[in-house]
Design a protein around this ligand. Structure first.
Ligand SMILES: Cc1ncc(COP(=O)(O)O)c(C=O)c1O
Length: 371
């Protein structure tokens, strides 16, 4: 085992004095939920992505669930989505007893391929659920041509700008962001849905709060709802994080650029694709593709032994045991996704990662791959 220096974390949020002060203020105020910071966080977030409205919720998954319900997805419907994603984007379809219909991905961007998606649309398709994977904007212009409701999974994509120069979240479709601790900003757990439509915000605001309409009394509910509320403590954290969003995003961009240089010379390793301006990735993770003749799992283990955590990112959703059993999926259905999923590893990546840590990762990888 060759452990040089301290172990490097896979991800690490940047939490400073501002976050701590804001959280303490809330705790001292005694107003811990449904207070003034909820609206403040929503307005500030919407402003950042140029959306008209935003509804904060308890997680990205909760936001996707409510956005799909608002798109009218229910029993027996089909929703076309990507098999190369975190499992939540497919799970939320199943929550509504609808069927996630997968289509293959683009081999360069790893996003759902619009032509493959178009080929699986049927009369039962109620919505499209493209994922901005690893923060790379999906081709919304192509999906819009299909004329179906769209819910954007933007959980990984804060800070991204699409090919038309529109910030992800600002296009008008419901777009859902996640604030788990590895995301561009974190509230511990949390999420938000942005939208151009006041009526959609109103519905989501009600459904996140047990189905209570805004003008109703405390225990009066006119629809089925959930407890998907985001606490004031989480909103305080989110507001503080938004104050230095530019710095957080710039940190991620700097680390990605450093990786680009440090890994460029390693034979056979494929790096994240370029971003043709004005498109910009909202850097979330740094995922590379290993050469086909390399055993991915033993690479992950050998890096781990050197104090470098890494992980397969992502396994294909359709090949997870639940999806195989429930929907009968098998290997070979989505060859591009399966090839990418088999070769991907996420390397340590966070805004305050130093150039020398990046160098150490690159050096260890070169050593482990013997190149
Ligand atoms: C692509 C994608 N979709 C959905 C989610 C779910 O978000 P959360 O963990 O906040 O529920 C995540 C994040 O973990 C994600 O990466």
């Amino acid at each position: 085992m060759v452990l040089r220096g301290e172990a490097i974390p896979l991800a690490r949020p940047v939490i400073g004095d501002l976050e701590i002060e804001r959280v303490l203020e809330v705790v001292r105020s005694g107003r811990l939920s449904l207070g003034p910071l909820l609206g403040e966080f929503e307005r500030e977030f919407a402003r950042r992505v140029r959306a008209s409205h935003a509804s904060a919720v308890s997680s990205g998954t909760a936001g996707l669930h409510l956005a799909l319900r608002a798109a009218g997805v229910s029993d027996g419907d089909e929703v076309v989505t990507s098999p190369f994603s975190f499992v939540a984007s497919a799970n939320v379809v199943v929550y509504e007893r609808a069927r996630p219909v997968f289509a293959d991905i683009d081999p360069v961007t790893f996003n759902l391929d619009p032509d493959a998606a178009a080929a699986v649309v049927t009369e039962r398709t109620t919505a499209l659920l493209p994922v901005h994977i690893f923060g790379y904007p999906a081709d919304l212009t192509a999906f819009e041509r299909l004329g179906l409701p769209i819910v954007e999974d933007a959980c990984e994509a804060l800070g991204a700008v699409d090919a038309d120069g529109v910030p992800v979240g600002g296009r008008g479709h419901p777009a859902v962001f996640g604030f788990y601790a590895n995301k561009q900003i974190t509230t511990g757990e949390g999420g938000i849905v942005t939208t151009a439509h006041a009526a959609l915000k109103q519905r989501i605001d009600s459904e996140r709060n047990q189905g209570r309409a805004p003008d109703m009394d405390w225990l009066d509910h006119d629809r089925l709802g959930f407890n998907y509320r985001l606490s004031e403590i989480a909103c305080a954290l989110g507001l503080a994080q938004l104050e230095h969003l530019d710095r957080l995003l710039a940190g991620r961009e700097r680390v990605a650029a450093a990786y680009g240089e440090a890994l460029a010379e390693i034979d056979g390793v494929e790096l994240p694709c370029q971003e043709p301006a004005p498109l910009r990735r909202g850097w979330f993770v740094y995922v590379i593709q290993l050469p086909r003749d390399i055993d991915r799992d033993s690479t992950v283990r050998a890096l781990g032994a050197r104090g470098i955590p890494s992980k397969p990112y992502f396994p294909a959703v359709h090949l997870m045991s639940y999806y195989r059993e429930r929907f009968g999926h098998r290997e070979g259905e989505f060859p591009v996704c399966e090839d990418v999923a088999a070769r991907s590893i996420a390397l340590p990546f966070f805004p305050e990662m130093t150039e020398s840590q990046v160098e150490r990762v690159a050096e260890s990888l070169r050593e482990v791959l013997g190149r």
